[in-house]
Design a protein around this ligand. Structure first.
Ligand code: GDP
Ligand code: MG
Length: 363
């Protein structure tokens, strides 16, 4: 049996993993190959899975814990994709606050599943602004030292560090940042890419085709790692919206996101990734915020009016999850009253991620 290429694309929250997976999936699909995707989160109801589905790809979701702690679920998800689509490639995105993926996912895949999968070099995506704040300046980028520790470890264990979003940099800026990364991470291949424009993708795909993978095993302090993860408040929520008169869903989503951001900035609490999706019979709108000092980014925009909509919110913020939930409900309540929209929460999970307990750790 021909082995399935397994490509794991990691990186901190908001670095561009889901965008990368969609672009890679499109690239391979256009070449006539069959692709399956796997998304992962600490909780249910993922904006990422929704985003990938509306792009038309086959996806399996692993909620309720990271790949390392749910390794057997990762294999089950891969098996489901194999049964459903017989993929030539599987593309998987781990939780953005996770690290030690080489020892806990890449190595176990190589050791126990080598007959089924050929494991690509492990890529970590890097957002240039976070790189400047944490790697260049040596500070914490609005987070704590524990979160910055995870951020750096994610890069240290990579076979490939892909500096993403280079479309937002001037050529000299990206050149300087890439040179610095080469010095700081001599054991990784460093490349510049844009998941938005596709720049650098052919180099990345070539590098990801190499045989050797999982070369950099981390020396990791699990106490600091666990503390860092637990400092991030998580909220995944789904709400049904219903109004008597049609309301502008895009405006609603924009205002809701800006008000959540405004309330978090007052604390202040650094946003790692705030994602909101609104679906109606007409289509989907999807907004991202990947830092507190940033404008809104639309992944999908469906302007139009509707009387019914389904809202999914995934927030990862450096704040107490109770406070995060309180802000979300408060802002939603006020906005719904102003717009004459009723809402019902269908599902809500808010928590600090628990200590990672990997199924395997192969060093
Ligand atoms: N300008 C720019 N934005 C990007 C790029 N890649 C991803 N993004 C944006 O970054 C945000 C977070 O992307 P996402 O793929 O959800 O990140 P993830 O949390 O790592 O999965 C979204 O608004 C994307 O549109 C890129 O290459 N350039
Ligand atoms: Mg994602």
């Amino acid at each position: 049996m021909k082995k399935i290429k397994f490509i794991l694309v990691g990186g901190f929250l908001g670095a561009g993993k889901t965008t990368a997976l969609c672009r890679l999936a499109r690239y391979f699909t256009d070449k006539g190959l069959r692709v399956g995707l796997i998304t992962n989160d600490q909780a249910n109801n993922l904006v990422d899975t929704h985003a990938v589905k509306i792009e038309g790809f086959n996806v399996e979701e692993i909620p309720g814990g990271c790949f390392c702690c749910k390794f057997n679920d990762l294999i089950k998800a891969a098996d489901k994709l194999i049964a459903k689509v017989q993929p030539d490639l599987i593309l998987a995105e781990p939780v953005g606050s996770c690290t030690d993926l080489v020892a806990t996912v890449i190595k176990p895949l190589k050791l126990y599943h080598k007959d089924n999968f050929s494991i690509a070099p492990y890529t970590t995506l890097l957002d240039p602004r976070r790189a400047k704040e944490i790697i260049v300046s040596g500070k914490f980028g609005g987070f704590s030292g524990n979160v910055a520790y995870i951020f750096k470890k994610q890069l240290e264990e990579s076979d490939i560090i892909a500096l993403n979003k280079i479309d937002t940099l001037k050529p000299a800026q990206s050149h300087n940042l890439l040179s610095l990364l080469k010095k700081k991470f001599p054991n990784s291949k460093i490349i510049g890419i844009s998941c938005l424009t596709g720049k650098g993708f052919s180099r990345w795909i070539k590098a990801a085709g190499a045989e050797k993978s999982g070369s950099n095993i981390l020396d990791l302090d699990y106490d600091i790692y666990a503390k860092g993860e637990a400092e991030l408040g998580w909220l995944n929520s789904v709400a049904e919206l219903c109004a008597k008169a049609p309301f502008s869903t895009e405006e609603f989503l924009k205002t809701l996101t800006l008000r959540i951001k405004g309330s978090l900035n007052k604390i202040p609490a650094e946003i790692a990734h705030l994602k909101l999706a609104l679906s109606t019979g007409l289509g989907n709108s999807l907004i991202h915020l990947t830092r507190s000092s940033q404008g809104l980014e639309f992944f999908k925009k469906e302007s139009g009016k509707s009387i019914k909509a389904r809202l999914i919110v995934n927030a990862r913020v450096h704040v107490d999850p109770e406070a995060l939930r309180g802000i979300f409900i408060d802002v939603l309540n006020k906005l719904c009253k102003e717009e004459g929209v009723g809402f019902r929460i269908r599902s809500q999970q808010y928590f600090r991620p628990g200590r990672p307990v990997p199924v395997y750790r192969i060093t």
